[in-house]
Design a binder for this molecule. Structure first.
Ligand code: MN
Length: 216
């Protein structure tokens, strides 16, 4: 069975603006996403047995990562944005993330986003449920930012040198497995300082993207 690039994000079309759907063609065109035909996934409440580490990001842990400071200040800081279980092995590690649906102002819930150190280290994601996008941005600023579609069955790739952030644009949890080099360190500082070039926001009930005016 052959798939067209649009098959990679057909499930997402009801959730996104025409502008964002058009933007997807850059990432699907260079092959950073592909798709498994997963028809259904049922996740229980006890997601993981014996992870090496678990982490929860609440809004209070994410100061400075959302665009609308006023809306952020008004929000309940105890609100959980995402939960991660890590499994570390020699060579490769695996993380399972469950991200809540929500917004700060018009900006959807997001992961902080990071570069890997060394920058050469890449990552693979397999999405199990929900609707989202990945923002991929290189350190050299002239390169265009990519926005990749994420839906159940998406296999996404964060290539070497790209900072990556996941955004939940749906009404349900977004859940994924990621696989990366155990030696990779995660560098959040450039994102906190400079942000990504684009913000993924709700406009007329759909997800779209706008330039981030405060990006340096
Ligand atoms: Mn990563």
């Amino acid at each position: 069975m052959s798939m067209t690039n649009e098959d990679l994000f057909r499930d997402l079309l009801p959730f996104v603006s025409d502008k964002l759907a058009k933007k997807f063609s850059e990432s699907t065109g260079i092959g950073v996403v592909s798709k498994l035909d997963i028809r259904s996934v049922t996740l229980g409440t006890s997601l993981m047995l014996k992870p090496n580490k678990t982490e929860e990001r609440r809004l209070k842990d994410m100061e400075g990562f959302f665009h609308d400071k006023e809306a952020f200040n008004k929000a309940d800081k105890e609100k959980s944005v995402y939960r991660i279980c890590y499994f570390n092995f020699d060579g490769l590690s695996c993380a399972i993330t469950v991200m809540s649906s929500g917004k700060i102002g018009n900006e959807y819930f997001l992961t902080k986003g990071h570069f890997h150190r060394p920058l050469e280290m890449s990552e693979i994601y397999i999405f199990l449920s929900g609707q989202g996008v990945s923002i991929l941005q290189r350190k050299d600023k002239e390169k265009p930012v990519l926005i990749a579609p994420l839906t159940r069955g998406t296999v996404a790739y964060a290539p070497p040198f790209y900072a990556h952030r996941t955004v939940n644009i749906g009404n349900d949890d977004l859940c994924w497995i990621s696989i990366f080099d155990t030696k990779a360190r995660l560098d959040y500082e450039p994102i906190l300082k400079e942000g990504f070039k684009v913000l993924v926001v709700e406009e007329d009930g759909k997800a779209t993207y706008v330039a981030n005016k405060s990006h340096i």
